[in-house]
Design a protein around this ligand. Structure first.
Ligand code: DI6
Ligand code: FE
Length: 393
């Protein structure tokens, strides 16, 4: 006896090279997919007639910074007037502006202000959302942000995976060496003690932290049993992608400025490339990540919103599918794979991002002609239903 059979459907279980043929039905038991292509009248507690609609794995948004307070609307205007992201940061704006807002906010206020953003992603079919800290920059405030992230994950209908963004920016007036030492000796162990994160991230960039600091944090994270990932080569190439890939991170994210040797290191180490077209678009960047080289090298490409108050105020996974196609040239099946199977891959999860038997039954039902519709039409699309672990989200 199955818990649920979805029938009269086009179930796309798994986006990989060449979209596999859809199945007409899917059976679910105990919150997981148990079988594809079952008889519509097989014994089941519940039955859902999809009316010929398409069924996709729930979206996995594997890179967001959606837990924050305030907004940075003023920076958009400054950028239109010619200021760069680095100019704004040098004047005390950028990440530090959000750090001040997070310092002023209580844990409850962080939850209240961030929940609508999480719900916006859920409305468009996200069933797993990674959320990073990184706007605290002190032991107490990073823990406050991570506790707020944990509470966002308790609201139901979505799985939140928390990441401790250990090195994001330097707090005002603190020398880099002292700050990195505090992260390694105090913050990381405190995060691990409270089990507040699954993984650790570092912003490796000329305006942020160098390769040596990144690797020192990763070593400590690994000792504490945490997975690692990195923001690399978004604005410049410091060699961060190669070093992170060789260390064994799950993913390197952004990658506008990667070179051929970085791609080879990712391919050799099975590193996922997380592309973030929202940040590229909002920063009006012109250097594109080398998609055809990544494709040729067989590096899996994930996509994510990067939802954050500065570089990617984009609370829409569907917009990301469209931008990845129009700006970066991803094919429709690559784009959907980026927000499903490879997003899960970037989180080190093989139970998410597909509807293969055994996977979590997180799925969405859409009245669209096919997956190609998502890269074709911008706006005006919503899933008819979102299911999380086999029940309506
Ligand atoms: N890269 C980004 O795009 C975001 N953080 C990062 O490391 C930007 C975060 C912000 O501007 O608030
Ligand atoms: Fe980011």
């Amino acid at each position: 006896m199955y818990d649920l059979i979805v029938h009269n459907a086009h179930v796309y279980p798994d986006f990989r090279t060449g979209t596999p043929a859809p199945a007409a039905s899917m059976a679910i038991t105990g919150g997981r997919v148990s079988e594809l292509g079952v008889a519509a009248d097989a014994p089941a507690r519940e039955r859902l007639d999809a009316d010929g609609a398409i069924v996709l794995p729930g979206f996995v948004d594997c890179h967001t910074h959606l837990c924050f307070a305030g907004n940075r609307m003023d920076e958009h205007a400054a950028r239109l007037a010619g200021a760069s992201y680095a100019d704004i940061a040098a004047k005390g704006g950028g990440i530090r502006a959000t750090v001040r807002a997070v310092d002023q906010a209580t844990e409850q206020q962080l939850v209240d202000q961030s929940l609508p953003r999480l719900q916006a992603l859920m409305r468009e079919g996200a069933t797993t959302v990674e959320i990073k800290s990184g706007y605290g920059l002190s032991v107490a405030n990073e823990l406050k942000q991570l506790r707020a992230i944990r509470r966002l994950g308790e609201t139901g209908g979505v799985r939140v995976t928390p990441t401790f963004l250990a090195l994001h920016a330097l707090p005002e007036g603190v020398p880099a060496e002292k700050y990195v030492r505090q992260v390694i000796e105090e913050t990381l162990p405190a995060v691990a003690r409270e089990s507040l994160a699954d993984s650790v991230d570092v912003f490796c960039e000329h305006i942020a932290f160098g390769v040596a600091d990144m690797l020192a944090v990763f070593e400590r994270a690994r000792e504490l049993g945490l997975a690692c990932r990195a923001h690399t080569d978004q604005l410049s190439n410091l060699g961060g992608t190669r070093a992170a890939a060789e260390f064994g991170v799950l993913s390197c994210d952004h990658l506008e400025y990667i070179r051929t040797e970085d791609i080879a290191a990712m391919a050799a180490n099975g590193t996922v490339a997380v592309l973030l077209p929202g940040a590229y678009y909002c920063l009006r960047e012109s250097q594109q990540p080398p998609v055809s080289e990544l494709r040729e090298a067989g590096v899996p490409m994930a996509l994510a919103t990067d939802l954050n108050p500065g570089t990617s105020p984009v609370a829409s996974p569907l917009a990301i599918l469209h931008l990845a196609s129009t700006l970066f040239g991803l094919h429709a099946d690559e784009a959907v794979a980026g927000l499903t199977r490879h997003g899960a891959h970037a989180l080190g999860r093989d139970d998410l991002g597909t509807l293969n038997p055994g996977a979590r039954a997180d799925f969405t039902i859409w009245d669209v002609a096919g997956p190609e519709f998502f890269t074709y039409q911008l706006g005006g699309i919503r899933p008819r239903n979102v299911y999380f672990e086999g029940t309506p989200a």
